[in-house]
Design a binder for this molecule. Structure first.
Ligand SMILES: O=C(O)CCC(=O)C(=O)O
Ligand SMILES: [Fe+2]
Length: 910
């Protein structure tokens, strides 16, 4: 079939339609066994109309009243309210694909044929169209098909995305034939990924999978977070309570804070309990029975989790939720899993643990038991899946509360066996599991899991958390753990790092139990370049060589050195957090690590000497080095001339953002038409031309010349100025600009500070404006993004090229981290040989700092405007009320922002 034109309504011959009907009839016969599962039943004698797979649309052409739409509810997910289910007309359009407004709540809709005549909506999401796209992508000859797709409107491309989205969900629910699965694999690389992308919580998300956006995540209340409310139908809903939606993200954007997708399920648990026992809201009650130590010399126990059907059904039900995703580290573990949070389940199991005699059998003091971790991992392995390779579990750790997990608790939800060991903990092997068997073991043990031979193996994992005030700190653990997390993120660019990251996790987890696990792999360091800044890192340590070495600028002044220190610290933070920046000229945000050119170094021994480290750094980055690339380590490195430093924020940078007169793009004021009705004839004559206020001279009122508007404008400018000076980093004209006022060096630490910056004076304006506010004439001119760096103080150490680094003449030698001391001790006094540089330690795990990097702060810049919409005119001048100071197009946006982030209101306002 040829490609129908995208821009015209499509006409199919009656032959096509007949063929479609025939096809459906065949499918209906194939599906006969499933008929009993259908939501509704149509009289079998009636001819079917065209519609999506697994749906049946009885014909409306007969004289009898139209029968109801039916579908196979074991295949289609439906979150529609009953009013919509009862609306036959609505349902017909939904299942024949002509109405996409409820695509979020009813899917997957697979269209095997191009659709009914004149329906582009269906054609663009149909399998024949997706096939053509794949063929066109593979076959140069079909360039016109591709060109047509590329020049189609974003809305049209979103329809294709919808087709792909549904194909994906059909595949994950095991509903597809082999050829459809193949199509899915291919079409993912053929579609335009930008058409489905939007930003939520600082993350770029798409509603369909594509070449880069291939990681599935679930977001609660996405419909309320979308900047384009009209996009809601595109994102598949996966749960009603809480309202959870599926998004696809680019793993390159992930950092340690958003790697794991923890689905909040307490609301769901509550709703399920209420649904099952509506009268007296029931407690989730469980007990742990038959506790048996597997061997007297091993801290491994088995038990059975028991409870009323209500409780055990509910746990089963959790494991049937459609939330499974393939883990990122799939080379070391098979199966699928999802992570959820439930305090209610944690409480029920904690009570069961306390009521049992399990704790008395532990070497850890029973009175120190705190709770069962409320974060659960639900795993599903099918027969034939890869093993869960030997590993130690990463303990729960909350330094602030001195809480740490000591035992793992596995709850098996299906029965099955594997003679090779369904679970092997150290040298204790369990081959057969009964439903609700629990295995509890000391987290010091290495263990391995194998799928059951002929059934799915489904289990929950959590940990028993204890209070322990005597925990010793071991910087090596912090370093290895940080390295493991960082290298997991980097493995998106270089898949060989996956195994290295795994080993780092294993070594860190062993060290918690004072078990030294030797490294079997070469130490990995990444040499990176960003805008001429070059550095070496393993995700915990960051080294920057001295600037003068490559810029030719000799650094003498301490001040200059501090400047360089701030720049380097900024880079280290941006890299560690993988902040997203909008630096290219296409206005597209990219994660920092994708903006760096990276070279992976494998070293026989870990770096332990500062001179060697800086020498190594300087020996890299030869011109024409082809082993470095921003994304995939294969493309050549363009030589980047180093800039002296990041731009510093100056008062003039900010002043220049505020226009003092109508600038380019603002037309000169020529007067405006009378907005009042013709019948209001008097208004013309009342246009007193003294320019006092728009009420008295609407047609000739030029906002730029009004003192009242200018006063309001100054108020907004001042507010904006304070906000701009209140952040450490800004993006101005695609340049990273560092604000020295918000970066502080204190001893051996560097601090990035976010000030409130939003104190403003009360604003009063002259009287005769009546109900109107001058703020209606102040609009948003532009938005200045500022990466939000809410991070703990960063420890640094300078290695001077002038002084031996173990000399006593440096004031900044106090408070060094263990690693620095190590480096110095091993340095052999070679400080004068080396060029020196700066070393940072980034450890955001060790303390209880909440790292918030989800969003970029957007600071709005005001401008006076003469273009006032009617709706703005209706705003009142309610300065005494809550929102008086924040009215008008600019004021409203600022207010929305302040409300959203929960920022304090500037003094003098509400
Ligand atoms: O596959 C298994 O039974 C073991 C699972 C496990 O070790 C884990 O979830 O951490
Ligand atoms: Fe484990």
């Amino acid at each position: 079939m040829r490609w129908p034109r995208l821009t015209q309504n499509l006409q199919f011959s009656s032959k096509t339609v007949t063929h479609v009907c025939h096809f459906l009839t065949c499918r209906k016969m194939e599906d006969t066994n499933d008929n009993h599962k259908r939501q509704r039943r149509a009289p079998s004698t009636e001819a079917a109309e065209w519609c999506a797979r697994w749906c049946l649309l009885p014909s409306t052409t007969t004289h009898r009243p139209a029968s109801k739409v039916e579908w196979d509810n074991t295949k289609l997910k439906c979150f529609l309210p009953s009013e919509e289910l009862d609306d036959e007309d609505f349902m017909r359009h939904l299942v024949n694909g002509t109405d996409v407004r409820r695509a979020a709540q009813f899917y997957p809709l697979i269209f095997d044929e191009p659709g009914p005549p004149a329906s582009q909506n269906v054609w663009l999401r149909s399998l024949p169209f997706l096939r053509q796209l794949v063929q066109a992508n593979e076959n140069e000859k079909d360039g016109d098909v591709l060109a047509a797709y590329r020049s189609s409107s974003p809305e049209q491309r979103r329809l294709t995305g919808l087709g792909l989205r549904d194909l994906y969900f059909a595949a994950t629910h095991n509903l597809l034939r082999e050829e459809d699965k193949k199509l899915l694999e291919e079409v993912v690389n053929s579609v335009d990924e930008a058409a489905g992308c939007t930003q939520i919580q600082g993350m770029t998300v798409s509603f369909y999978p594509s070449a880069n956006f291939k990681m599935l995540k679930f977001v609660e209340g996405l419909d309320t977070l979308l900047p384009q409310p009209g996009w809601t139908p595109y994102f598949a809903q996966v749960l009603d309570t809480p309202r959870l939606f599926a998004v696809f993200v680019d793993p390159a954007e992930l950092s340690f804070h958003n790697f794991e997708n923890i689905v909040p399920l307490d609301e769901w648990v509550e709703a399920e309990l209420a649904r099952r026992q509506p009268d007296n809201s029931p407690l989730l009650s469980l007990s742990l029975n038959g506790i048996t130590q597997l061997r007297s010399d091993r801290d491994v126990w088995t038990a059975k989790l028991c409870g009323e059907d209500l409780a055990t059904d509910l746990i089963h039900q959790i494991s049937h939720l459609d939330l499974y995703v393939t883990p990122l580290n799939k080379t070391t573990r098979g199966g699928e899993r999802f992570i959820f949070h439930s305090s209610l389940l944690s409480k029920a199991i904690s009570d069961a643990v306390v009521a049992s005699d399990l704790l008395s059998q532990f070497s850890a003091c029973p009175s120190d038991f705190a709770f069962v971790n409320y974060v659960f991992r639900c795993n599903r392995f099918q027969p034939g899946d890869a093993n869960f390779a030997a590993h130690r579990d990463t303990p729960y750790y909350d330094g602030a509360r001195s809480q740490v997990s000591k035992y793992t608790l596995l709850i098996y939800l299906t029965s099955g066996s594997n003679k090779g060991g369904a679970l092997q903990v150290d040298d204790a092997r369990l081959t057969d599991m009964e439903e609700f068997t629990c295995v509890i073991f000391d987290q010091k043990y290495e263990h391995e899991g194998r799928p059951f031979v002929d059934t799915d193996k489904v289990f929950l994992r959590t940990e028993l958390v204890f209070r322990d005030y005597g925990l010793a700190k071991n910087p090596e653990i912090a370093s290895l753990f940080s390295e493991a997390c960082y290298m997991t993120g980097q493995s998106v660019f270089n898949t060989t790092l996956d195994a290295y990251a795994h080993e780092c996790f294993e070594r860190a987890n062993s060290l918690h139990w004072a078990l030294q696990q030797k490294a079997t792999q070469l130490a990995v360091y990444l040499c990176k370049q960003f805008q001429g800044f070059r550095f070496l890192t393993n995700g915990y340590n960051y080294w920057f060589s001295r600037r003068h070495h490559y810029s030719g600028t000799k650094l003498e002044e301490d001040d200059d050195d501090d400047d360089y220190l701030m720049d380097c610290a900024l880079i280290a933070v941006l890299d560690y957090l993988n902040c997203k920046l909008d630096l290219d000229h296409r206005g597209k945000k990219k994660p920092f690590r994708a903006l760096c050119q990276t070279k992976t170094l494998h070293l026989e021994t870990p770096l332990s000497n500062s001179d060697d480290t800086f020498q190594l750094l300087l020996s890299q980055w030869q011109e024409n080095d082809t082993s470095i690339s921003p994304r995939d380590e294969t493309s050549p490195l363009p030589h980047h001339p180093p800039p002296p430093k990041f731009i510093r924020l100056l008062d003039s940078d900010i002043s220049s953002l505020f226009k003092q007169s109508p600038g380019p793009g603002t037309s000169t004021f020529t007067g405006r038409p009378n907005p009042w009705t013709d019948s209001d004839a008097d208004s013309d004559s009342e246009d007193i031309n003294d320019g006092c206020c728009p009420l008295h001279c609407w047609k000739t009122f030029d906002a730029w010349t009004s003192d009242d508007v200018r006063e309001k404008y100054s108020f907004f400018c001042e507010l904006t100025r304070k906000r701009l000076f209140g952040v450490p980093v800004l993006l101005l004209g695609r340049e990273l600009v560092l604000n020295r006022g918000q970066v502080q060096i204190v001893g051996d630490k560097i601090l990035f500070q976010h000030g409130a910056g939003e104190t403003a004076q009360r604003f009063n304006f002259a009287a005769c404006w009546g109900e109107m506010s001058p703020s209606v004439f102040v609009d948003v001119d532009r938005e200045v993004p500022a990466p939000k760096l809410v991070v703990p103080p960063i420890v640094f150490h300078r290695y001077s090229h002038k002084y031996p680094h173990h000399g006593g003449n440096r004031s900044d030698s106090e408070g060094k981290s263990g690693h620095e001391k190590e480096m110095e001790n091993g340095g052999g006094g070679g400080g004068q040989r080396g060029e020196g540089g700066i070393h940072f330690t980034l450890d955001f795990f060790r303390n209880d700092w909440m790292v918030q990097v989800d969003d970029t702060v957007t600071i709005l810049v005001p401008v006076i405007t003469n273009e006032v919409s009617e709706s703005n005119l209706e705003e009142t001048n309610d300065d005494d009320g809550d929102d008086g100071e924040y009215s008008g197009p600019f004021g409203r946006r600022v207010k929305e922002y302040l409300d959203e982030v929960g920022a304090d209101w500037p003094e003098g306002s509400a």
